[in-house]
Write a protein that binds this ligand. Structure first.
Ligand code: ZN
Length: 93
C-alpha cells in the first residue's frame, strides 16, 4: 500500500514534470510542500499559466453549442405537412 502510493507519486511527478504551456521548462512547484504541489497549475511561471488558461477558455468557446439532434427530429413530420398538388382539371372551360 505504501509502496504503491510512492509509485503513484512518482508517476504523478513524472506526468506533471513539464510546463503545461509546452515551453520546455519544468513546472514550478512548492519545494517546501511534502506533495511537491504545482505552483502555477502545472506551468513554469505565471505567464505560462495564464497562456494555458486563455487557451482553455478559447477551446470552450469554439465548441459547437447548438445540438443538431433537434433538427433531425423535426424532419419526421415533413411528409404529412406537404399539401397535395392542386388540380386544375375541373376549372377548365
Ligand atoms: Zn512554461
Amino acid at each position: 500500500m505504501r509502496r504503491e502510493a510512492k509509485a503513484n507519486a512518482a508517476a504523478w511527478l513524472e506526468k506533471t514534470r513539464w510546463c503545461t504551456n509546452g515551453c520546455g521548462k519544468e513546472a514550478a512547484r512548492y519545494d517546501d510542500s511534502p506533495g511537491h504541489a504545482l505552483r502555477y497549475s502545472g506551468a513554469c511561471s505565471p505567464e505560462c499559466e495564464e497562456a494555458v488558461e486563455q487557451r482553455k477558455t478559447q477551446n470552450a468557446k469554439s465548441e459547437p453549442t447548438a445540438p443538431l439532434l433537434a433538427q433531425v427530429g423535426s424532419t419526421d413530420g415533413l411528409g404529412a405537412a406537404v399539401s397535395p398538388a392542386p388540380t386544375f382539371e375541373k376549372t377548365k372551360c
